[in-house]
Design a protein around this ligand. Structure first.
Ligand code: GAR
Length: 204
């Protein structure tokens, strides 16, 4: 199945959002089109980036809603209005409930700055440094109900260098993210990612 109409969800800086928007502009997302930014933090820098890129944004504060479910129901309504086929989480720092997960099962992906299942959750880069691993990296995976637990689509490694700080390691991890995410989103938009159980395959 092809999922060319894409919504990107982000909570913070939005550098991955910007990399995806730039990839689309450069013709590197195949048929993929970013139709919407969704953010749970209207004041976040990513909102400004969407405005600059001319991409419509749905900016909602979860605390303005009586429950997480009502917040997500509002998002789902907008996604359906825009006929969105694929949800791309790019630094969206919230767990997703069945209200969003059920209608978009198998059509939500996330990027995480570690080689999952190592260092799931918050501050993955700090966790890896504190643990003392020599190799960490980036994972793109399908989203299920857990925290960073869904089937892995792609991974790329990044070496930890002596003297690395969270900032220096994050810088190299980000550079890998900006390459890997557009490649995977393109494959998804073109219907080239197969999922069977926990195993995925990107067809040529
Ligand atoms: C990215 O490094 C992404 O991998 C991470 O948040 C950062 C967002 O940066 N996501 C997670 O940790 C998800 N658990 P950005 O807003 O500049 O794209």
């Amino acid at each position: 199945m092809k999922w060319s109409r894409i919504a990107v969800f982000a909570s913070g800086q939005g550098s991955n959002f910007a990399a995806l928007a730039e990839a689309e502009r450069a013709g590197q997302l195949g048929g993929g089109r970013i139709e919407l930014l969704v953010s749970d933090r209207p004041e976040a820098p990513v909102a400004k980036r969407a405005e600059e890129a001319g991409i419509p944004a749905l900016l909602l504060r979860p605390k303005d809603f009586a429950s997480r479910e009502l917040y997500e129901a509002e998002i789902v309504a907008e996604l359906q209005r825009r006929d969105i086929g694929l949800i791309v989480l790019a630094g969206y720092m919230r767990l997703i409930t069945p209200v969003l997960l059920t209608p978009y099962a198998g059509r939500i992906v996330n990027i995480h700055p570690s080689l999952l299942p190592a260092f799931a959750g918050k501050d993955a880069i700090g966790q890896a440094l504190d643990y003392g691993v020599k190799l960490t990296g980036v994972t793109v995976h399908f989203v299920d109900g857990g925290m960073d637990t869904g089937p892995v689509i792609a991974q790329r490694s990044v070496a930890v260098e002596p003297g690395d700080t969270v900032e220096s390691l994050a810088e190299r991890i980000h550079q890998v993210e900006y390459e890997l995410y557009p490649e995977v989103v393109r494959a998804l938009a073109e219907g080239k990612v197969e999922l069977e159980g926990r195993k995925t395959l990107i067809r040529e």
